[in-house]
Design a protein around this ligand. Structure first.
Ligand code: PLP
Length: 367
């Protein structure tokens, strides 16, 4: 094909699905800046000792890479069950290439054309896109001005919307807000469809905070998703997982591609989970930096929201786009999540956090 041919063809010339016409591919900007605090990664590398063990196990898996991997990833599912506790075992577990794929499996099985997916906005920006990808309709519920939701209000909104899938993100991205498990219980009672609790940031919540995992028993329409992308510092490996009733897992088997999790991914994740305490050793340090960010932002005149995650959403920014750009020019990448007067920053290492706070102080854009 010549360059002229290439230029002549546009997406409009292809027989694309009507509901995808005019859309742009989604993704946060990936810019090679020295301080990248825009996508809530764990900015600490995998500890050397664990990295060596992961490499050894990948080497073993590589010897069998001519064969398809275990389609049921049984060892990995048992490892996740052991990590989560709560009386779960391998048959309660599911996994995918990131929890985004796990959520996609859920929507492929329980949403789709003519069905509705519901969440309380503002929430994870991928939810509407995942819904759209399966041809389902996204319906947004509302939160209080401080982004909290009461059990009563949540249940009433869910009952009114009558969705096929409810996605509850707790602690919530992009706001950091925790959701009480009384809210999950009330939403489950009010819902006819499945209820998914996305606990991507649970490891950064206070230790004593209950997880929705404690509600799984006797609730077959409930699922709790987690990821290794955040606390486990494993974003590049792409591993997310879910706990639910074994029957719920059977529904996901109907839509997954056979062998969707590569043998190398399975080996890497099992080795990482075997070393969970070491992998999670930086969580307390990150929580410390998050608290430092909140305190400093307040002193600078901004309005940080309470966060149980590894990031802070802060208001009081007079011109978010201009502040984002000024930080970018100082080598610091954060996130403009589209909430008026707000920006979101991930808690990095102490040095990265200092770089962000110093750069922001030098801009002075509090309104
Ligand atoms: C980061 C994040 C995920 C994780 O996505 P992966 O596909 O596992 O990397 C899931 N849910 C929320 C709310 C997130 O912020």
């Amino acid at each position: 094909m010549t360059d002229t041919d290439r230029a002549a063809v546009s997406l409009d010339d292809l027989p694309l699905r009507d509901d995808l016409r005019g859309l742009q591919p989604y993704g946060a900007p990936q810019a090679p800046l020295p301080v990248a605090l825009n996508v809530n990664e764990n900015t600490h590398p995998v500890p050397d000792a664990v990295a060596d063990e992961i490499l050894d196990d990948i080497a073993v898996a590589l010897q069998q890479v001519n064969r398809y991997p275990d389609r049921e990833f049984t060892t990995l599912r048992a490892s996740f069950a052991e990590y989560l506790g709560h009386g779960l075992d391998a048959q309660n577990m599911w996994a995918g290439n990131g929890s985004n794929e796990v959520l996609q499996h859920i929507l492929q099985a329980f949403a789709g054309p003519g069905r509705t997916v519901f969440g309380f906005a503002p929430t994870y920006s991928m939810y509407p896109l995942l819904a759209q990808g399966t041809g389902a309709r996204w319906a947004a519920g509302e939160r209080q001005p401080d982004y909290t939701i009461t059990a009563e209000d949540a249940a009433a909104q869910v009952a009114a919307a009558d969705p096929d899938v409810v996605l509850l993100c707790t602690p919530n991205n992009p706001t950091g807000t925790p959701l009480g498990i009384d809210v999950v219980e009330a939403v489950y009672e009010a819902a006819r469809g499945v209820v998914v609790v996305d606990e991507a940031y649970q490891e950064f919540a206070p230790r004593e905070a209950p997880s929705a995992l404690s509600l799984l028993e006797g609730r077959p329409r409930l699922a709790v998703s987690r990821t290794m992308s955040k606390a486990f510092a494993f974003a590049g490996a792409r591993v997310g997982y879910l706990a639910a009733d074994p029957v719920f897992i059977d529904a996901l088997r109907l839509v997954r591609l056979p062998y969707h999790l590569s043998g190398l991914t399975q080996a890497a994740a099992v080795a990482a989970l075997r070393n969970a305490p070491t992998m999670l050793a930086m969580v307390d340090e990150i929580v410390g930096q998050r608290e430092r960010i909140s305190a400093t932002l307040e002193a600078l005149g901004y309005a940080p929201h309470e966060s149980w995650t590894n990031f802070v959403l802060f208001g009081g920014v007079s011109d978010p786009a201009a502040t984002w750009r000024a930080l970018y020019e100082r080598g610091v990448l954060i996130r403009d999540v589209g909430i008026p007067g707000h920006l979101r920053v991930t808690a990095g290492t102490e040095a990265e956090t200092t770089a962000f706070l110093d750069a922001l102080a030098s801009i002075g854009s509090a309104s």
